[in-house]
Design a protein around this ligand. Structure first.
Ligand SMILES: CC(C)(COP(=O)(O)OP(=O)(O)OC[C@H]1O[C@@H](n2cnc3c(N)ncnc32)[C@H](O)[C@@H]1OP(=O)(O)O)[C@@H](O)C(=O)NCCC(=O)NCCS
Length: 188
């Protein structure tokens, strides 16, 4: 669930999330100096750093992120990171990430975060489109998410990507108390 504690989500069955292989869409995808790739547990510090810069994002602890990568303990998540390379001799910098949970045959977007200084360049869109592609390859049917009512940037992103409002949870978020808006999108 977007902006949510991962312990509230449940995994019902195993899924193979395509990571590498034949399909072009599962390879690291460069776009305008940025690359989307599968995250590893080594990306956790960068993900936490990004998330802490974004009050609207879901806030997880380090062990919760570690659990997201722990397939042996039943995590069926897709975790993507966007990197930017300024110069060939520099280490790539993580500028955004996405976490989605498989609850077969549907997917729940749990978090999507872009570094404040690189927002508005299409990175959030690129991460979401990669999720759609991977979910489709894993025979996914729907993507669900929930978001704070006041999170206009995220809601505009979801609506642009053809998510439809599917419900509300009254006073779901605290600090400040606010409704969650639920969105669903059918995979093509
Ligand atoms: C939501 C978020 C991921 C969007 O990332 P982004 O890279 O800036 O998004 P994009 O550049 O791909 O924008 C796609 C569309 O989203 C909408 N959008 C993005 N930022 C917006 C803003 N500040 N206000 C209104 N609409 C916005 C626009 O419709 C935009 O399309 P356009 O550029 O054609 O107008 C980013 O703002 C963010 O990290 N927010 C903090 C964390 C968060 O709220 N996560 C979601 C809930 S957990």
């Amino acid at each position: 669930m977007t902006c949510e504690d991962p312990t509230r989500s449940s995994s019902r069955s195993r899924v193979h999330v395509p990571k590498t292989g034949l399909a072009l869409d599962t390879q690291p995808q460069p776009f305008a100096g940025y690359t989307v790739r599968d995250a590893t547990s080594e990306d956790i510090p960068a993900m936490i750093r990004l998330e802490r810069q974004s009050p609207e994002a879901a806030h997880w602890s380090e062990p919760q992120y570690a659990a997201a990568f722990d397939e042996e303990r039943g995590s069926h998540r897709l975790v993507l990171v966007v990197e930017h390379v300024k110069h060939a001799d520099e280490k790539p910098q993580a500028m955004g990430f996405l976490v989605a949970n498989y609850i077969g045959p549907d997917w729940e977007l749990e978090n999507v975060v872009v570094a404040p200084e690189t927002r508005g360049k299409g990175i959030g869109t690129r991460l979401m489109r990669e999720l759609f592609e991977r979910a489709k390859q894993a025979n996914g049917v729907l993507v669900h998410l929930e978001v704070r009512e006041s999170n206009q940037a995220a809601r505009a992103l979801y609506e642009k990507l053809e998510f439809r409002e599917s419900g509300r949870r009254k006073s779901y978020y605290s600090n400040p108390l606010e409704d969650a808006v639920l969105y669903t999108r059918r995979l093509p």
